[in-house]
Ligand binder design. Structure first.
Ligand code: 1GP
Length: 247
């Protein structure tokens, strides 16, 4: 059976753009407005999550977004404490290059029955953080990583291929929210050459040209967060770039 992201790619025939909204960064009403603006520009889904969120602000923000947009809402959880029923999907994810057992499997074990009972559709995802910044991003600071630097292409490919062979439905190559620069084109190409599952790329993407570069090198889904909070004209430029790329 084709998984959700692969199915969306197949149905659209173009690459996808997801907007990440961190409930810690604004009030639910403002988050809903942001989601609605991005949806009108053509974003394909709203992701809700962040490294420091809790069930209350995730729930309130997701509920407000659900009332304002028709696109799917995907929970992007930092822990079991972020699970809420006001979403359509959940990235059921493991931070593969963390050294913490908690992020590899324990949070998942704590949340799996709640996901089953809620009816939220899980999307199995291998989450891999690449360190591209001189100053560590929040996700790097809180996750105790087996560090993958920009020149560790072989190491990144081994992690990504492990995700595919585990049966995960997609991989997310993450530079961290607000990263100085995104995951490099070379890294994305190398992962694309080795994998058949969808590749999500996010962190530090701030303009249309960069987004296009990433899809041209093999990214299937572009995630942006910070730019949606800061510059609406840039988010439209990014979504247009992704939507114009037919493969
Ligand atoms: C973070 O990849 C996302 O998980 C988005 O990053 O905020 O830098 O767009 P930005």
């Amino acid at each position: 059976m084709m998984d959700t992201i692969a199915k969306w790619l197949h149905e659209k025939g173009e690459k996808l753009h997801f907007t990440l909204i961190d409930p810690d960064k604004q009030k639910p009403k403002e988050a809903a407005k942001m989601a609605s603006d991005c949806s009108s520009y053509g974003t394909d889904a709203i992701m809700v999550g962040g490294s420091t969120v809790n069930r209350i602000n995730v729930g309130e923000t997701s509920a407000a977004i659900k009332d304002s947009v028709d696109v799917p809402i995907i929970l992007f959880p930092n822990s079991v404490n972020a699970i809420t029923t006001f979403v359509d999907y959940i990235f059921f994810m493991s931070l593969l290059n963390s050294k913490k057992r908690r992020l590899l499997i324990e949070e998942q074990l704590a949340g799996v029955m709640a996901v089953k009972e809620s009816g939220i559709c899980p999307i199995g995802m291998g989450y891999i953080v690449v360190s591209t910044s001189t100053k560590p991003t929040t996700v790097e600071r809180v996750t105790e990583l087996d560090v993958i630097r920009e020149d560790d292409i072989d190491k990144l490919v081994r992690y990504a291929l492990t995700a595919e062979y585990y049966g995960m439905h997609c991989v997310y190559l993450e530079a961290g929210s607000g990263a100085e620069k995104p995951v490099s084109n070379e890294m994305i190409s190398a992962v694309r050459d080795a994998l058949t599952i969808p590749i999500i790329v996010g962190g530090g993407i701030r303009d249309g040209k960069t987004a296009l570069d990433k899809v041209e090198h093999g990214a299937d889904v572009i995630v942006t967060g910070t730019i949606a909070e800061e510059k609406t004209h840039k988010i439209k430029e990014i979504i247009d770039a992704v939507n114009g790329f037919v493969f």
